[in-house]
Unconditional design. Structure first.
Length: 199
């Protein structure tokens, strides 16, 4: 006599792996945990692959060389740069006018706010810090390329630029509100240690 089959639970026992399995031969990817767009309940996460080939900030974050606050501060700077860059272009009077051409777009409030945040960030970073951040976050240069751009090609300079970039990302995390300033603890004075004297 055949055995009765047990009913399997209707709950999903395995998590579906939606990661790409056929990547190009020159792909550089890192795993990242993100919110599941197809989740049944809020807060469910999935593991996805993120391309880090032309993304120095993503590479630093995936190799745990910067923390989440530094990463989010750098991404906020990149988003503001992209938003501010799409502003109106200068009118070239030497170009021939084309009928039906769209007029120049006015500056939006979002672009204006992005420019104000960028100005504040550049003031906080200083000239040298702003140049390094621009080279890495906007132009996508590596530390070696940052050094080559300045004719400083040694491992010591690469280490310096990497350390300086992390300091600038700390400052961007503060500017964009992803981190708070550390308040140094005040040392106890001699009077506070001994307590009030009785006379």
């Amino acid at each position: 006599m055949a055995r009765a089959r047990r009913n399997k639970s209707h709950r999903i026992s395995k998590v579906h792996d939606r990661r790409a399995s056929d990547l190009p031969f020159n792909a550089e990817v890192a795993t990242v945990e993100i919110d599941d767009p197809l989740a049944q309940e809020a807060g469910e996460k999935i593991v996805a692959l993120r391309s880090i080939r032309n993304d120095p900030l993503g590479r630093l974050h995936s190799h745990r060389q910067i923390d989440d606050a530094q990463y989010r501060g750098g991404r906020a700077f990149q988003n503001d740069w992209e938003r501010a860059e799409r502003g109106p272009r200068a009118i070239d009077p030497s170009r021939e006018h084309i009928d039906g051409a769209q007029g120049r777009e006015p500056i939006t409030e979002g672009q204006r706010q992005a420019v104000l945040r960028l100005n504040r960030a550049e003031r906080e970073l200083g000239a040298d810090g702003a140049a390094i951040v621009h080279d890495v976050l906007v132009q996508g240069l590596s530390m070696e390329q940052v050094g080559q751009k300045r004719d400083l090609c040694s491992q010591r300079w690469n280490d310096y630029f990497a350390r300086r970039l992390r300091e600038c990302l700390d400052r961007l995390a503060l500017v964009y509100g992803f981190a708070t300033e550390r308040v140094p603890k005040k040392p106890l004075s001699a009077c506070a240690v001994r307590g009030p004297t009785s006379r």
